[in-house]
Design a protein around this ligand. Structure first.
Ligand code: FEO
Length: 411
């Protein structure tokens, strides 16, 4: 990969990753980028880093060479966030240079020792602290805890107006060397990255939507001209676009989200499945967009993204061994962990000798205090009757009407 100049005195270094599950659980079919930044005054700082997977630190070091920056010229390593996708390279960097100063938060210091056995040359900073690199370049620090771990901070280059917020304002999706900026990609590509940003947000940041909202407020109090995140595009033409996106994503946690309904279904022998098309058609008939996913066929990463964007959810699953069809329980549990709260919802499904799915559904909703408001469920023994299908259809339409009313009331 090549280095790219973000603005005068600021360069982006990056490595793209493919063919893994991010955090060992989230599919990344389009890859993702890990961005680091070199900031030069009279002294040189590197902000954020990369993971330590095979070849990745070397990709970063190769970019030092491209810039004619020698490791020994890097005075400060600024760690905004300790998750190893940004800090893992440290042990490789220590092999080629051992006497750099790490600038980070008090909380991160604990993790530096725990992950990398580093306990010296650490300069602790807190909100409001600054670091003068010389030549008029002063870095200011702002803690943004829990975006995405408790120790996280953002770094702001007061000279260029560049904000380095690490995970905040990031997205999935590998970045081309030739087009790493919002001003160097097409509108179609921007829409792609925003789409990937929604899934990234729901999967990685969603559970921390309250802190994310505070981080957005802090960002808006700074004279930000460029947003240079740890993952994804650098926003220098229209940083407000990704700020506004993140405002919306954070607000979706408590709802309403978009005027959309996500239908999630699982069926063992085709009985619950008989209600899926009628409910989808009924929702569409009310003019509301529907996303349809079958479990376990679709990874819950994608379902979570659509639930995050939707104000309404239909869950259709049978009872299985006196409880819920297991893949649906896994998906719902994840929605609870990620705080997809306050949806309008409807559930239907089949049972054989006994029910049990509804009880487990109620337990999950209560356990995570999800606040989903359900219409009366439709449960049927074996196959659904014509009357059951008619009721499912009617409930789908009622749900769509409720979603439209809710979204327009909050608009
Ligand atoms: Fe990109 Fe929370 O690490």
């Amino acid at each position: 990969m090549k280095t790219t100049e973000v603005t005068d005195g600021v360069w982006r270094l990056s490595a793209n990753i493919h063919d893994i599950l991010f955090e060992a659980m989230w599919p990344i079919p389009h890859g993702f980028s890990m961005n680091s930044y070199i900031v030069k005054g009279e002294k040189v700082a590197i902000i954020d880093g990369v993971c330590d997977w095979d070849g990745v630190p070397e990709t970063l070091f190769d970019q030092f060479d491209q810039m004619n920056v020698k490791p020994e010229e890097i005075d400060y390593v600024i760690i905004n966030h300790m998750e190893p996708d940004h800090s893992g390279w440290l042990k490789d960097f220590k092999k080629i240079r051992s006497d750099f100063t790490i600038v980070t938060t008090k909380k991160a210091k604990e993790l530096l020792e725990a992950f990398f056995q580093i306990d010296n040359n650490i300069q602790i900073v807190a909100s409001g602290d600054t670091l003068d690199l010389g030549d008029g370049r002063v870095l200011a620090f702002e803690e943004i805890p829990n975006v995405h771990w408790p120790e996280t901070m953002a770094t702001f280059d007061t000279k260029s107006g560049t904000l380095f917020p690490c995970d905040a304002f990031g997205s999935f999706g590998a970045i081309s060397d030739d087009a790493p900026f919002d001003d160097s990609v097409s509108e179609e590509d921007l829409a792609f990255f925003e789409h990937e940003a929604t899934r990234y947000y729901a999967n990685i940041v969603g559970a921390y939507s309250a802190p994310a909202k505070k981080a957005v407020i802090k960002t808006e109090s700074l004279p930000v001209k460029i947003i240079a995140p740890g993952h994804g595009l650098v926003w220098r033409k229209d940083p407000q676009r990704i700020i506004d996106d993140y405002k919306r994503y954070a607000a979706y946690s408590k709802g309403p989200a978009k005027e959309e309904i996500t239908v999630i279904w699982g069926s063992m022998y085709g009985n619950t499945e008989q209600g899926v098309e009628p409910v989808v058609e009924a929702i569409k008939g009310e003019g509301v967009k529907v996303n349809v996913h079958r479990v376990p066929d679709t990874h819950y990463s994608y379902i979570l993204r659509d639930v995050w964007n939707s104000s309404g959810v239909v869950v259709a699953m049978p009872t299985y061994e006196y409880k819920m069809f297991s893949p649906m329980a896994v998906a719902l549990d994840e929605f609870g962990r990620k705080k997809a709260f306050n949806r309008r919802a409807f559930r239907f499904g089949s049972y054989g000798w006994s029910g049990g799915a509804q009880k487990e559904l109620d337990e999950i909703i209560a356990k995570y205090k999800m606040g989903w408001e359900f219409l009366e469920p439709v449960e049927f023994k074996g196959a659904p009757s014509e009357a059951d299908i008619e009721t499912i259809r009617r409930r789908g339409a009622e749900l769509a009407v409720a979603v439209k009313a809710w979204v327009s009331a909050e608009a």
